[in-house]
Write a protein that binds this ligand. Sequence first.
Ligand code: DX5
Ligand code: ZN
Length: 241
Amino acid sequence: MSSLKGIELLESLCPTISVGMLTANLLSLGSELSLLEQSGVRLLHVDVMDGCFCPMMTVGPPLIQAMKTPLLKDVHLMIQDPLEKLGDYVAAGADVVTVHAESCMHIHRVLQQLGSLQNANDPDRGLVRGLALNPGTPIEVVEPLLDALDLVFLLAINPGWGGQKFLTSTARRIEKLRKRVGTVQRRIFLGLDGGVTRANIADVAKLGADIVVTGSAVFDGKAPAENARFMLDAVRSSAPC
Ligand code: DX5
Ligand code: ZN
């Protein structure tokens, strides 16, 4: 797996799910991760919240580093002014680092900085540079940033908690984004994050995201392994060709 560059590796997995850990049992994190690994999941979505950019506080670099797993770490930074902190998350083993367009004054500089960092797991793998947009942010903000990113996540909820309701406006937003990204010569991945459930995942997958984040629908306190397989199968079978 490590001989493939991050972008090619991601390409080989898509369409896929990235499983969010927010509602996992953090006191049994090792066994929760094993369940995911055995279910065929390859991406682990880690929601980092600082209590400033969004209301909750979650985890930081030490816990990310402590997650010993072959899963690719897809780190979603919901933090204010991420520039100075990128190095800590990369050193902790992030493979995908996503920053928010709304998180600072100079987001292009943040993406440039990400592009200059090496993947600490394997320098040959490279880092995947992600940009996330809140539901209230116009799609057009990606325009001047397209040369500096590999992935755009659209949030289908407002950041802060798992288990919220998928916003219907997301469908037209991803359509608009796909059209714009489709004119770029380079591969740019599209992701959707938030509000995905067993009931709506087939419809969400049809919207054509490469990566669908799913948190509470997997870690529901009951059957995470079976839920993960269900969500992965649903994305693979429902995504448009
Ligand atoms: C929200 C996070 C999401 C969310 C996903 O702030 O970015 O990743 O936790 O959780 P579910 O799938 O429960 O909406
Ligand atoms: Zn997230």
